[in-house]
Design a protein around this ligand. Structure first.
Ligand code: B16
Ligand code: MG
Length: 214
């Protein structure tokens, strides 16, 4: 029997550039609190959960000692700002290169899943017109531990009924590359993950994936 191969795509920073909206929403919160935060610090938040992101932003100041309920309220507020920014998204936010590559892989019968730390993955997929496109979606709603823990990718492989060693992950976060390797999967790095240098392949342009997968 032929072994099924599959691709697991990270969402934010790979399929679509919601990373800029995360940045704007965290920046609004950080400025209100008077906590320093810039795009370099933002790179540390890629792939990690909402609450872990907040802990990173608050780590060196007085707010790091806030009670858990107040931290949860800050994270909720950031999420409301983020979701308001997501409302403006539409299928036009899915680039022609990403759409065309996904469609080519679909025609070739490649199994495809989303492996995202985000609890907003369903909303984003709906906004960009990819609701129902993937064979499986593993996201922040079905995991206990976010990247670099391998859970999100192992669950995606399980949903696809494909062995972890037969999956390749596409990631923009160094934490996501580590998660893939800990899951026993190879990983393609793009964006910020290229700089960290731990991917099995590096790409600058999404359609380069076709020469890796086909
Ligand atoms: P949410 P990904 C991740 O998405 C983001 O990279 C990360 O910055 C964010 O904190 C995390 O989702 C949680 O997102 O607040 O929407 O639940 O890159 O794993 O697709
Ligand atoms: Mg990402």
């Amino acid at each position: 029997m032929e072994i099924q191969k599959a691709v697991i795509f990270d969402l934010d920073g790979v399929i679509v550039h919601t990373d800029i909206y995360h940045y704007r929403a965290w920046k609004e919160l950080a400025d209100r609190l008077g906590v320093p935060f810039d795009e370099t610090a933002n790179n540390r938040l890629r792939g990690v959960s909402r609450m872990e992101s907040l802990e990173i932003i608050l780590e060196n100041g007085e707010f790091s000692r806030l009670p858990a309920t107040e931290k949860a309220a800050l994270a909720d507020r950031k999420n409301e700002t983020y979701k308001a920014l997501l409302q403006a998204m539409s299928p036009a936010d899915l680039s022609p290169e990403v759409r065309g590559t996904l469609e080519t892989l679909r025609k070739q019968g490649v199994r495809m899943a989303i492996g995202s730390s985000s609890r907003n993955a369903g909303l984003i997929l709906e906004k960009i017109g990819l609701e129902g496109f993937f064979d499986a979606v593993s996201d922040g709603n079905n995991i206990t531990n976010s990247k670099p823990d391998p859970e999100v990718f192992l669950k995606a492989a399980g949903f696809l009924c494909v062995r972890p060693q037969d999956c390749i992950v596409v990631e923009d976060a160094d934490a996501g590359i580590e998660a893939a390797h800990r899951a026993g999967m190879k990983a393609v790095a793009m964006g910020d993950a290229v700089r960290a240098g731990r991917g099995d392949w590096n790409i600058a342009f999404f359609p380069e994936l076709l020469s890796i997968f086909l």
